[in-house]
Design a protein around this ligand. Structure first.
Ligand code: NDP
Length: 448
């Protein structure tokens, strides 16, 4: 069997063994398609079944999460944790609370996480979890009771050396607080490093809240620099208005760019003066309101419940909301309007058809596992601070983050050049560089 046949056979088995998990199939295909040159140079990885083992999670947990709402009614949700790979360190990856969460989505996210975490150069394996719980419209008390019930099952699988969750969609500082409190109560241990994304006052790291958005902008800055360009004076569109999006906007503005549009699941907002970040943060972080409320405070801006945020002309697009939010038609519109660079702040926001359009047009394209690696990298810095009972300053932490993003960017380019001959191929570079680090560790650790 040659390398292509081997990869095809692995992919066929992924589809057979995981029926109906479309997002996981998509994420697996995207990585597997990049591995031919690496496997041709390392036939030992085929002999030791590295790829077959990598696509099968080490452990998958599915559990019932019962809780009582404010009216006294019993509710039942489904919780997940997929512990994908511990080759490089404890399982590490966020928790997502969103009604769309199912096993296939958690697996796609966990699979991506393996390679992303490897790219950071840090000692963290890959995992992901969550629940089909919708925090929107729930009171603080309801969110607390849900988090406590979720952790009452999950705690037995966690530990600072075993599995370390963090936030993701629907899970921010408030949820991490409730989850940590319940873990501490059940275990009778103040184990700071068991969760990351904690508020700064009790074990959290400075710059963790900002890290994913800032990191995506740093990565884009590095990509632009390869063509002698930067953010200064550029029009930027950011999708989403959650944790990643807000801090991407903040860093773009700090670098002289102007974010003219952003979105949430109800529609999108255009503000030609540049998004007023203080107003948006107040709406989203404090009031947990809808993006349409922005226009009440700033009538010159425009909200649209219909249409596509990526139709707004821009030089740089940063999709920061959710998977498969940017399809072929969006990509065609962006290219037609002269987009120079696209970087994925979210996980897999661009469909394969959209990525093909960008590549054909020569648009710089930063895949999520490289572009949004700053969040998990800073989580690993939080674990370091917890282990040494130390607190670093914002400046110190942000400068480490910037250094990691520069290094991830360099790894992508040098690996793409070495394995495909085109250093602009960040998809190949990220997948192959992440894979090689994990494969090396797996080969050394034997067939487990
Ligand atoms: P948040 O919950 O803070 O924000 C998510 C944003 O995306 C909200 O504006 C939300 O709108 C929008 N959104 C979510 N689902 C949909 C949907 N189905 N359709 C349209 N809009 C949607 O999450 P984060 O900012 O933390 O995460 C965003 C992305 O970044 C995810 O893909 C996540 O996996 C990825 N990521 C996050 C990291 C982190 O550190 N937080 C690290 C690396 C990647 P609404 O409020 O209306 O639902």
């Amino acid at each position: 069997m040659n390398v292509s046949e081997h990869i095809e056979a692995v992919y066929t088995e992924v589809r057979r063994r995981n029926p109906g998990e479309a997002e996981f199939h998509q994420a697996a295909a995207e990585v597997l398609e990049s591995l031919t040159p690496a496997l041709e140079r390392h036939p030992e990885y085929i002999e030791t079944g590295i790829v077959e083992r990598l696509v099968e999670p080490e452990r998958q947990l599915i559990f019932r999460v019962p809780w009582v709402d404010d009216r006294g009614a019993v509710r039942v949700n489904r919780g997940f944790r997929v512990e994908f790979s511990s080759a490089l360190g404890p399982y590490k990856g966020g928790l997502r609370f969103h009604p769309s969460v199912n096993l296939g989505i958690v697996k796609f996210l966990g699979f991506e996480q393996i390679f992303k975490n490897a790219l950071t150069g840090m000692a963290i394996g890959g995992g992901k979890g969550g629940a089909d719980f919708d925090p929107k419209g729930r009171s603080d008390g309801e969110v607390m009771r849900f988090c406590q019930s979720f952790m009452t099952e999950l705690y037995r699988h966690l530990g600072e050396h075993t599995d370390v969750p963090a936030g993701d969609i629907g899970v921010g500082g408030r949820e991490i607080g409730y989850l940590f409190g319940q873990y501490k109560r059940i275990t009778n241990r103040y184990e700071s490093g068991v969760l990351t994304g904690k508020p700064v006052g009790w074990g959290g790291s400075h710059a963790r809240t900002e890290a994913t958005g800032y990191g995506a902008v740093y990565f884009t800055q590095e990509m632009l620099a390869t063509r002698g360009e930067d953010f200064d004076g550029r029009r930027v569109v950011v999708s989403g208005s959650g944790n990643v999006a807000l801090y991407a906007v903040e860093k773009v503005h700090a670098l002289g760019g102007r974010v003219v549009a952003c979105s949430d699941s109800s529609g999108y907002l255009v503000d030609e003066d540049g998004i007023d970040l203080e107003l948006l943060k107040d709406l989203k972080e404090v009031r947990r309101a809808r993006i349409s409320d922005y226009v009440e405070a700033k009538p010159a801006a425009r909200f649209s419940a219909r249409g596509r945020v990526f139709d707004i002309p821009c030089d740089i697009a940063l999709p920061c909301a959710t998977q498969n939010e940017l399809g072929r038609d969006d990509a065609v519109a962006l290219v037609k309007n002269g987009v120079r660079a696209v970087a994925e702040g979210a996980n897999m926001p661009c469909t394969p058809e959209a990525v093909a359009v960008f590549r054909e047009a020569g648009v710089l394209f930063g895949p999520g596992k490289a572009a949004n690696a700053g969040g998990v990298a800073t989580s690993a810095l939080e674990m370091q601070q917890n282990a040494s009972r130390d607190t670093w300053s914002f400046e110190q932490t942000e400068s480490r983050l910037a250094e990691v993003m520069r290094d991830v960017h360099t790894q992508c380019r040098t690996t793409a050049e070495a394995y495909g001959g085109n250093s602009d191929d960040y998809v190949l570079g990220a997948n192959a560089a992440g894979f090689l680090r994990v494969a090396d560790a797996m080969a050394a650790q034997g067939v487990i």
